[in-house]
Design a protein around this ligand. Sequence first.
Ligand code: HSE
Length: 426
Amino acid sequence: MKTLKIGVCGVGNVGGAVLENLANSPDIVEENGGVRIEIIQVGARKGKSVVPYDLDVVTDLMEVARNPKIDVLVELIGGCDLAKDLIEEAIKNGKHIVTANKALIATHGDELFELAKENKVQIGFEASVAGGTPVIKALREGLVANKVNWFAGILNGTTNFILSKMSENQSSFKDALKEAQDLGLAEADPTMDIDGTDAAQKASILSALAFNTLYDFNSVSYEGIENVSPEDIVYAEQLEYSVKHIAYGSIVDGEVNVSAFPTFVPKGQLLSQVGQQMNALEIFCEEIGSTVYYGPGAGPKPTASAVIADLVDLSNGGWPVSDKKRNKNNFAKEDNQNFGRYFNLNVINQAGAIAKLSSVFADSQISIEALIQKETKTNNKENIYVPVVIISGPLTEIEAIQLKNNLELMEETSDSVKQFRIYNAI
Ligand code: HSE
């Protein structure tokens, strides 16, 4: 049987799960993958005490990158600084790389792939998007005969878990986040899950594969779920939507848009049914239409599963290396995808207020598709603000922000106006 000699750097949640899998059940990978994966060295900055196996552990990770006995360096330390130096050193020392590091690939992917090409090694990054669900493999292998027109997906398990718990169990945001952290779904610092960065990084990686863009996380427009309140979720239910964090990528006339926003998804759409920490991705190709990928996208075991799958692939020669030069100029200058919108605002309870509100929509030629205004039950109805929810016709991000600003400028409205996208299959 072939053997693959690896060094593993990082023994946190994911690194720990990789070691556990390979140490406890190597026979599954040997039988299914036809390769014996040998852990030659482990790099753990905290030292041997955090590695519960009889392995060679070093605290200087660069030792692993330079170890001549190792074929593949598995980078699971995360972050961009040390991880980048480590990977570059390993590549220069002729090692293939397997990484789960979406921040690094989304930011420095082009540079790293170029360096790998020069040194005739490969980089596996299946674990960087959708964890145990093989979406990178689908894009770079399974769909290689097709032109991708668009993708839409739920790419962050933590936010999907939080939104699902808020909707199904009426959990508070805080309790749901705590539960996600206890399950090891969230990042060490969950800010990047919550504020949409994690999903945007993953969307950026998908767009590089789907549309041959640069790995350029800065070209993704995104927003997190911080502003989704329990009230929004109740309104969504009434209007027959689920609130999800949806990443979109599309190419129209050679122009690419990539974004990730909280989105109202109609109950009839597949993505609205994706609950818990699950991820799902729909990829629409010109030639064959939609294919859909669903599965666990966060947590130690699903991520370790993707890391090990990459190792088996490497033992079989790795992946097709595209000859195409990355297209530097195909990102749209501004996000010009059209989406219906959900607006939530407070309007003063006086004659003509709703008429004025609707004239703001009419003046901009924007249709109102649905409107909810609940009756206030207080006796003194003077100067009382009542919540109003409006579903509008399609608007680009800039148009939606302009309309939101116009609504906020009205004398009859109070506080700030919230707006979220409504899902449409592009
Ligand atoms: N924290 C991520 C998520 C998993 O919740 O999806 C790793 O990318």
